[in-house]
Design a protein around this ligand. Structure first.
Ligand SMILES: Cc1cc2nc3c(=O)[nH]c(=O)nc-3n(C[C@H](O)[C@H](O)[C@H](O)COP(=O)(O)OP(=O)(O)OC[C@H]3O[C@@H](n4cnc5c(N)ncnc54)[C@H](O)[C@@H]3O)c2cc1C
Length: 464
């Protein structure tokens, strides 16, 4: 039986695209090699980390309960129970995706998919090989953790996002190589669970895709809360001992240091799953392993689309994968959508304090030669963060000096990853600084800080 569309991979890109194809009445199949649906994001990424980060937030509250007038005698962290809670959340949502497939009449085919060319796909599963025929294919095969050269992960000492999420106890010491979103989220989590955390980053700053001032603020807070952050640090060698890992690094001051950790997390980026996919039998073009697509997510092979972490030129984020899936299905169903606008993709990093950003950083705007106005308000002026006992951070607005166009908004502070949504919508609606100044922000809220930052653009902030 021939399908209208076959989606390979059930991550946020693939499963959402399959649902949308079903909603449009396309005959759809979803192929997944793992026993459970959900991909990196649900099984070993966004959702398990956010569930454990929530436990870290709650645990933090218990540790500081006396400040709130609550006596909590000898609170205990039951880490295996926290991991059990995380696993239940993942299982619930994976079953939810199975339900969505049935609801939208999507056939789920278990096995490893390879393109054979000409709309034929070989699926190798437990029952052997089968051939599936289709008019369109969406490649949504995602990514996996990159390792340092010569290193292999293992469940005990050298970990990726997969192994670290399966630990049954909090390590006394944790080394993290890489201070991108994944590295800093695990640093924030395990520091609060009680590990002594050291983060080593080769680039000059943590969260290097964020605005420089955001990086500085996060590093400052991390150091204040006991996380050692070494930027500009090069890992020279890693050695497994019986029950620990030794690492030699050259630090930014040129000194070599040997460090020892109970566990070492490698978080140095993710490589696209485009090998062994049969792409050589097609005209699909790659750029350093990533698939090249046009604005409708089409590859160079007619009828083959690509979305999510394997795509060249868009950030590896779950919501980007989903949005690209909607564009691909929209195109094949004759319901086109505008292409992804890189400047309107929210970034969200779930550390404490949280980070949310959209659009150009100050440095990017200046590098483009734009006449920019930069304004920044600390969240400390607002009463809601104080009530919550969280006063770190700021909201920074990058705007066009002449016309008040919003070029970028960068937030670090309590719930910064939630607060950014107002700025994303404002930019999507092409609102100006004045629109945000005239928007009434409820009081007391965390998002008042966003309104205040836009007041500051005109030099008229009230509370600072
Ligand atoms: C620790 C961590 C935390 C993260 N947190 C966030 C976050 O908070 N927010 C956010 O936006 N992003 C986050 N991400 C990134 C996010 O997980 C990815 O951007 C997202 O999962 C990409 O979705 P995808 O659909 O492209 O691929 P994936 O989710 O990687 O799914 C790909 C699927 O394809 C399957 N597959 C691969 N090859 C084949 C084949 N040949 N045949 C059959 N099936 C195949 C895989 O088994 C997998 O299930 C995080 C990532 C990590 C590692």
């Amino acid at each position: 039986m021939a399908y209208d569309v076959v989606v390979i991979g059930s991550g946020p890109g693939g499963y959402s695209a399959a649902v949308r194809a079903g909603q449009y009445g396309l005959k759809t199949a979803l192929i997944e090699k793992q026993p459970r649906l959900g991909g990196t994001c649900l099984l070993v990424g966004c959702i398990p980390t956010k569930s454990l980060l929530h436990t870290a937030d709650v645990w933090d509250q218990f540790k500081h309960s006396e400040e709130q007038g609550i006596q909590c005698k000898d609170p205990q962290l039951n880490y295996p129970a926290a991991v059990g809670r995380k696993d239940k959340i993942v299982t619930k949502h994976s079953k939810g995706i199975e339900f969505l497939m049935r609801k939208n009449k999507v056939d789920v085919i278990r096995g490893y998919a390879r393109l054979l060319g000409g709309g034929r796909i070989e699926v190798e599963g437990e029952q052997g090989k089968q051939i599936v025929e289709t008019r369109n294919v969406i490649l949504a095969t995602g990514s996996e953790a990159r390792m340092l050269p010569g290193l292999e992960p293992d469940p005990n000492l050298i970990l990726t996002n997969i192994e670290i999420l399966n630990l049954t106890a909090v390590p006394k010491t944790l080394g993290i190589v890489g201070a991108g979103a994944v590295g800093v989220e695990f640093a924030s989590m395990f520091n609060r669970f009680g590990s002594k955390v050291t983060v080593l980053e080769m680039l000059p700053r943590a969260v290097p895709v964020e605005d420089e001032e955001v990086s500085k603020e996060l590093e400052k807070y991390f150091k204040k809360t006991g996380i050692r952050v070494e930027t500009g640090a090069k890992v020279e060698s890693v050695r497994r001992n019986t029950a620990s890992v030794s690492l030699t690094a050259t630090l930014s001051n040129g000194n070599k240091e040997e460090l020892e950790f109970e566990k070492l997390l490698i978080a140095v980026g993710r490589k696209p799953n485009t090998e062994n996919l049969g792409l050589e039998k097609t005209r699909v073009e790659l750029d350093r392993g990533f698939v090249k697509v046009d604005g409708q997510q089409r590859t160079a092979e007619p009828g083959v689309y690509a979305i999510g972490d394997i795509v060249a030129g868009t950030p590896q984020l779950a919501h980007v994968a989903t949005a690209e899936g909607m564009i691909a299905v929209g195109h094949m169903a004759g319901k086109p959508r505008p292409p992804i606008n890189r400047n309107r993709i929210p970034g969200a990093t779930y550390t404490e304090p949280g980070i949310g950003s959209v659009g150009l950083t100050e440095a990017q705007a200046r590098a483009q030669g734009l006449q920019v106005k930069i304004d920044k308000v600390p969240v400390v002026g607002d009463s809601k963060p104080t009530s919550l006992g969280m006063h770190e951070g700021f909201v920074k607005v990058v705007s066009d000096e002449k016309f008040g166009e919003i070029l970028g908004v960068h937030i670090i502070g309590p719930q910064g990853f939630e607060l950014i949504s107002e700025a994303v919508l404002a930019m999507e609606a092409e609102a100006t600084v004045d629109t945000l100044v005239n928007t009434i922000h409820a009081h007391p809220t965390l998002y008042e800080a966003v309104g205040e930052a836009f007041n500051a653009v005109n030099g008229l902030a009230i509370n600072i």
